[in-house]
Write a new protein. Structure first.
Length: 154
């Protein structure tokens, strides 16, 4: 599957629907062979830059991620932490659903509203907060800032 198709809205839902309707798994797998490929995280975020018409440098700046580490993420030579993925999602202006997809693409579980810190982040994402506004909100509630334990900051 081409990365552009992976990011298209409704792609996953369409596959789920067809999977539920399938008479057998072999037929489904054969019919959708080219679609059952998940892009690398680096390919995913590179495609997001193109879709959102934002440069890598601007995305890293908006995410408050250092350029050396950030470019290593985009090249695929470094793996992100969960917090780094959330910071990138905010930089791209993703809504909650797309943030959850980005977390999944990076191999992490989604934001979970029963976890206080995650609930604050969900609240902030839904309201379009910047990274700095989210950090302030987390600080106000004595929660660890995004990326505080990572080496992704300037």
């Amino acid at each position: 599957m081409h990365i552009a198709n992976y990011l298209e809205p409704g792609t996953t839902e369409k596959l789920i629907s067809e999977l539920f309707k399938a008479d057998n798994i072999e037929a489904f797998l054969k019919a959708h062979e080219g679609e059952l490929v998940v892009p690398t995280f680096a390919a995913y975020i590179t495609r997001l830059c193109k879709q959102k018409k934002i440069t890598i440098a601007k995305a890293l700046d908006k995410a408050d991620i250092g350029t050396s580490f950030g470019y290593a993420l985009f090249s695929g030579s470094r793996k992100p932490s969960r917090d780094t993925v959330i910071k990138l999602a905010v930089a791209f202006g993703l809504d909650l659903e797309d943030t959850q997809k980005l977390l999944s693409a990076a191999g992490f579980g989604g934001l979970y509203p029963k976890i206080k810190r995650d609930a604050i982040i969900i609240y902030a994402i839904q309201r379009g907060y910047t990274i700095f506004q989210i950090q302030d909100e987390l600080n106000q509630h004595q929660m660890t800032e995004l990326g505080a334990a990572d080496n992704d900051r300037r």
